[in-house]
Design a protein around this ligand. Structure first.
Ligand code: ZN
Length: 427
């Protein structure tokens, strides 16, 4: 595959600090070598992709996803789903218990295919498969490497299989993290499901065994049940409880942050964890919405609902009645900052950093500049599939096709794996 090339005749923007009309990007050995005007770069004797006026953005980050749910479409809950806990018990926990070696791998592969089509080049995945714990993260990693995207993987520890199953879940996280410290594309984190599925004993055990610098990735204050559990255990809220156990090292990821106490907000202001709002999932589970007046910095995740980050921003925009402050920072600047903490070679469309790019299939016909870019994203790009997705210089998606695998062959295998998974789920 072409390693050195130029994409040009595009509108190039990092999403927050510059926007170049008739722009081009030179890519050499996976790195962005130059960003400039097409006329200047085109004179070089290199392969040239003519974008015909399309808008080019940085490759997108999805900081909270559950790839294991990728083959769940159409599945019915077994029992009531009147509240959040019932949704977990009667749908998601039943599904994850049905996952095996084959379905973990194909769920990941299928979920990644869907994400790449929407310009996502980095995914932080939160995985559970209670009857296939050891080795599960390796299966997901295999899918990441085959598709060619970057990721942070973890196993979401919880008490729901009893305390005996905790060491195995903990080991899966720690061993994977250790083995991937020097990996360029995939790293590990410590996954925790949520406060309300982790007893005080379990939190103590985790604290004693975990390397102190290992960040966690957890659902935090997603539903009022999470807050109530913490209060019942003598804490002020879910952030407070984790903080008291010493479980919030720098760069820890807190997903949702909807039901929090004043004490929780104070701790967030003090230690500044990475906060991820998941508006489509919040709507689907009817759990409420993060209080944007209390949380200054956050980014958007999909929580297994979709692979589409720009579409998720559109939902967020509409759910907030069109009132979001600094939306481009939420989409690009802050995710770029997070990305660099885990992958220092990566950036958001920067010279000298890996070429991770999302070429939208949108050719603006009205004036576009940094001031109105966000509205072009919401009303022009409309969360549609990309024209091209590039990760570390490699073209992963182009002309409606994934370029790194035989998509037709994979989809046939995904169908078979999904059929088996659904059969197991209903057994
Ligand atoms: Zn989640």
């Amino acid at each position: 595959m072409t390693e050195n090339y130029i994409i040009g005749n595009g509108i190039i923007s990092d999403g927050f600090s510059f926007l170049i009309q008739n722009g081009a990007i030179e890519i050499e050995n996976g790195i962005i070598k130059q960003i400039g005007k097409t006329d200047e770069l085109k004179s070089k004797n290199m392969e040239f992709f003519d974008l015909q006026g399309r808008l080019v953005l940085p490759g997108l980050l999805n900081p909270h996803h559950h790839l294991y749910s990728a083959m769940a479409t159409g599945i019915s809950p077994i029992g009531e789903t009147d509240n959040f806990t019932q949704i977990l018990e009667n749908l998601w926990w039943r599904l994850d218990k049905s996952l095996d070696e084959e379905s973990i791998y194909y769920s990941a592969l299928y979920g990644l295919i869907k994400s790449v089509k929407y310009g996502v080049t980095t995914i932080f995945d939160h995985h559970a498969s209670m009857n296939y714990i050891s080795g599960s993260l390796r299966l997901i990693e295999k899918a990441f490497k085959e598709i060619g995207v970057k990721g942070l993987l973890c196993y979401e520890i919880s008490d729901r299989m009893g305390e005996k199953a905790i060491p195995q879940q903990l080991d899966e996280n720690i061993a994977f993290w250790k083995d991937h410290i020097d990996d360029k594309n995939v790293h590990g984190l410590l996954g925790l499901h949520a406060n309300f599925t982790l007893s005080n004993n379990t939190l103590s055990l985790i604290k004693n065994k975990m390397p102190p610098e290992l960040p966690i990735h957890i659902h935090c204050g997603e539903d009022k049940a999470d807050m109530q559990y913490c209060i019942d255990n003598g804490y002020e809220g879910p952030v407070h409880r984790l903080h008291e156990y010493g479980l919030l090292p720098p760069n820890s990821l807190l997903a949702h942050c909807i039901h929090l106490s004043p004490e929780d907000y104070d701790i967030i202001r003090e230690i500044q964890p990475i906060i991820i709002s998941n508006p489509e999932s919040n709507a689907n589970n009817n759990v409420g919405e993060m209080d944007l007046s209390k949380i200054e910095k956050y980014c958007l995740g999909t929580d297994g609902m979709t692979g589409n980050i720009l579409g998720t921003m559109r939902s967020h925009f509409l759910r907030q009645n069109g009132e979001i402050s600094q939306p481009l920072d939420i989409l690009f600047q802050y995710p770029g900052n997070i990305l660099k903490r885990f992958f220092p070679d990566s950036g958001m469309l920067e010279i000298g950093k890996t070429a991770d790019l999302a070429v939208t299939d949108y050719i603006p016909v009205t004036g576009i500049n940094l001031d109105n870019l966000f509205y072009h994203l919401i009303f022009g790009v409309e969360g549609q599939r990309m024209y091209m997705t590039i990760s570390a210089g490699k073209i992963l998606y182009k002309d409606g096709k994934i370029q790194t695998i035989d998509e037709q062959d994979i989809i046939a295998k995904v169908k078979k794996a999904a059929q088996r998974l659904h059969k197991k789920y209903y057994e």
